[in-house]
Design a protein. Structure first.
Length: 176
């Protein structure tokens, strides 16, 4: 299956479309609570790659799944996409509340990943097959064993997120 076909299925399953990339507001439900925030230009540039990461990793769009993808993307790096750093930090923190083991495993996987943020978006990504996409982002079938460096990096991120203003600090670090 091509990434384009997989993305169409992902959109249908989750009630998304590529038009949502350009909407002025992002509208989500956090459980029973509706949530809306501006769809900034930074987010608009990052979200197509984020969606392909969902396809490559299989992480769902549930709260736990967003925690997993947030931890995976943070660990692999979000490049110059400030919105990705901030939104993933929020998701990572939420994942630690609802699914800490899954979030930790995703972080360890992300430490060996090559998220698409490094190279940036290209429409050519949609023509890959899903296996090629998984290979490109280095998402293997077997979860890796955590090293002491993985554990130290994870602890560092948890400490940063636990600080007052930890999300703001993440945004500031993304500018470096």
């Amino acid at each position: 299956m091509t990434v384009r076909e997989a993305r169409a299925q992902y959109f249908a399953r989750n009630g998304f479309s590529d038009a949502t990339y350009r909407d002025r507001w992002v509208k989500l439900k956090l459980g029973p609570l509706p949530l809306a925030f501006p769809n900034t230009p930074s987010r608009q540039r990052a979200v197509p790659m984020h969606d392909l990461h969902h396809i490559a990793t299989g992480y769902e769009t549930t709260i736990a799944g967003e925690g997993e993808i947030g931890a995976w993307e943070i660990a692999g790096g979000c490049g110059r996409y400030a919105a990705a750093w901030v939104l993933n930090a929020i998701a990572f923190a939420g994942g630690m509340v609802v699914a800490p083991r899954r979030t930790y495993r995703a972080f360890v996987r992300g430490r060996r990943a090559r998220p698409l943020y490094q190279a940036g978006w290209s429409d050519d990504l949609l023509e890959l097959d899903v296996a090629e996409l998984r290979s490109r982002v280095a998402f293997g079938d077997a979860p890796p064993r955590a090293t002491w460096r993985d554990r130290a990096a994870f602890a560092g991120w948890l400490a940063l997120l636990a600080l007052p203003g930890g999300i703001v600090a993440t945004a500031m670090l993304s500018k470096l």
